[in-house]
Design a protein around this ligand. Structure first.
Ligand code: NAD
Length: 339
């Protein structure tokens, strides 16, 4: 393993799982100039591994074991690993990387259920000197950061509600692993609702699930849409409500809203540079913001800097944040069955 420490060498990233989301990390590396590079790509699908590896002049591996053997033999250069596999197969690579002192950024959700997320949290806690982050990328979206700051400045008065919809229309999801509970842990709520729960945690506080209703359009698959009510269990905004909507069979909506006693802030991901402030009385105000589209780039650069000790780790979601979302996802699923 090569250890960069603030010198000019690009931070060498291994990508484990070269499917859909690896493209966002690949683009972030390309955007970074000389700051980041992809040195290794690992995927049990050889074609996926080779395609991404060839794009970056990286080494390709067919399995995590083969990659870690190469690391042990001093034949692979890696400063950090980004894990983009389905959640079911992440625990052992996370353990193997942390045991070798390799910083880890794992895609969301941290695991397919709270039990596995708690195992990941134990592994991360056993290696406190090595960075472990969960890729809850919305924490790096400039409009979200602006909303947090505006609330802290009192722009909307006392915060009373978080409103968030991440929904889109994609019937082929019925055939993908994301809707197979044995692989993903659930359906649309664990898929996008975990992002929402982490946003709630970041903007408001830890989420306690109050109630949930799931709709299942596909027999034997995870829920195709979810409606979940949460409230903050702790912190300065304890008691504040959150309404989270997730869906794969709905018109596309990606919005985050914060409502307070003196106004509201509303962000629509389809209007990426516009944050809308509405006062209790009076005309709405358009606040220009940088687009959310930079979030993957910002997150990966931050991961590299934090891994080198050049940036605070706390800006990345950690294992406890990942566990918090996983526990709330499990509770929402249980509550949906009761109602
Ligand atoms: N942050 C985001 O906004 C965002 C968006 C999309 C997906 N994701 C998350 O990223 C993860 C991956 O999603 P995706 O859409 O890229 O899935 P995908 O199915 O497109 O890709 C997964 C890849 O992992 C590989 N893989 C499976 N098992 C493996 C193993 N044991 N070892 C090595 N490689 C293995 C597959 O061959 C495939 O290439 C999911 O957890 C998903 O929730 C995050």
């Amino acid at each position: 393993m090569s250890h960069n420490s603030g010198n000019q060498a690009p931070f060498a990233i291994a990508i484990l799982g070269a499917g859909g989301i690896s493209n966002a990390h690949s683009a972030a590396v390309k955007d970074s100039g000389d700051t980041l590079r992809i040195s290794c790509v690992i995927d049990t699908n050889k074609e996926n591994a080779r395609k991404l590896a060839d794009e970056h002049g990286a080494a390709a591996f067919d399995s995590a074991q083969q990659f870690f053997d190469a690391v042990d033999a001093g034949e692979a250069t890696v400063d950090g690993i980004v894990i983009c596999t389905p959640p079911t197969v992440r625990i052992e690579p996370i353990r193997a990387a942390l045991e070798r002192g390799i910083p880890v950024l794992t895609e969301k959700p941290v695991a397919m259920n709270a039990e596995d997320a708690s195992r990941v949290a134990e592994i991360a806690a056993a290696h406190p000197d090595t960075l472990f982050g969960v890729a809850y990328c919305h924490r790096f979206a400039p409009p979200i950061i602006a909303m947090k700051q505006l609330v802290a400045e009192g722009k909307i008065g006392r915060l009373t509600r978080f409103e968030n919809t991440f929904a889109f229309y994609h019937p082929p999801m019925a055939e993908r692993w994301m809707s197979d509970p044995a692989v993903s842990g659930g359906g649309s709520f664990i898929d996008t609702g975990c992002h929402s729960l982490d946003l709630f945690r970041y903007l408001v506080g830890p989420a306690e699930v109050v109630g949930s209703v799931f709709d299942n359009d596909w027999s034997g698959r995870g829920e195709s849409s979810a409606t979940v009510l949460v409230k903050a269990s702790d912190g300065p905004h304890a008691g504040v409500a959150g309404v989270i909507l997730a869906g794969w069979l709905e018109p596309e909506r990606f919005t985050v809203g914060l409502v307070g006693t003196n106004g509201s802030l509303h962000y629509d991901y389809m209007k990426p540079t516009e944050l809308i402030y509405r006062p209790g009385i009076g005309e709405p105000e358009l606040i220009k913001v940088e687009s959310h589209e930079v979030r993957f780039s910002r997150q990966l650069i931050h991961f590299a800097r934090a891994a080198r000790g050049d940036a605070p780790r706390g800006d990345l979601a950690d294992a406890r944040d990942g566990l918090g979302a996983a526990e709330a996802v499990d509770r929402a699923a249980r509550a949906a069955k009761i109602i």
